[in-house]
Design a binder for this molecule. Sequence first.
Ligand code: HEM
Length: 168
Amino acid sequence: MSKTNRTKLLLDIGTFVAFLVAMDPRTSGIAIHEWLATALGATIVVHLLLNWNWIVEITKRLFAKGKGLNGARTNYILNWLLFIDGILIMLSGIMISESVVPAFGLTLPMNFAWRSLHDLSANISLLLMGLHLTLHWNWIVNTFKRIFSRRESRPVTVLAMESKEVKA
Ligand code: HEM
């Protein structure tokens, strides 16, 4: 189990839980909603950096006449939609902010269009996130299995001793 995969999974779980909390501002309260969602924006940047190799690789292949892409193309398009939608949520969220933006001493002009855009993009993100999870389900289950498999979590020396005992 590579450390990067473990880091990725932990970060993804944290991002997903924060996303669920952000989807319900009435329960969390507006201040928590805004600060958590702003922090979520930063985590998403780390998520993108950790998966940067995949992004570059698939982009190259897409522009090389789409050889051997299969499901990766759908995945790629969906990821871009999620990214664009994420930008719309963050931008509209900042424009209607009642806590984060005023904390920096700023006041932005009121406009109900931003509020509608925020609602709409948040609802679309729920659908896109569901599809994103479905497409990555195998990776999630396999990475979980590898983290919790007892054999892999034991030190290499112990594993070597055990295999010698079996042979003897
Ligand atoms: C992942 C990011 C985000 C998601 C999923 C999200 C989702 C939502 C949802 C579902 C609502 C409720 C809409 C309704 O009840 O009709 C909402 C409201 C709101 N959001 Fe966000 N949001 C996010 C980011 C942000 C950010 C970054 C800010 C500001 C910095 C923000 C500020 C607000 C405000 C001010 C409201 C209105 C609350 C009210 O007065 O009822 N949101 N958001």
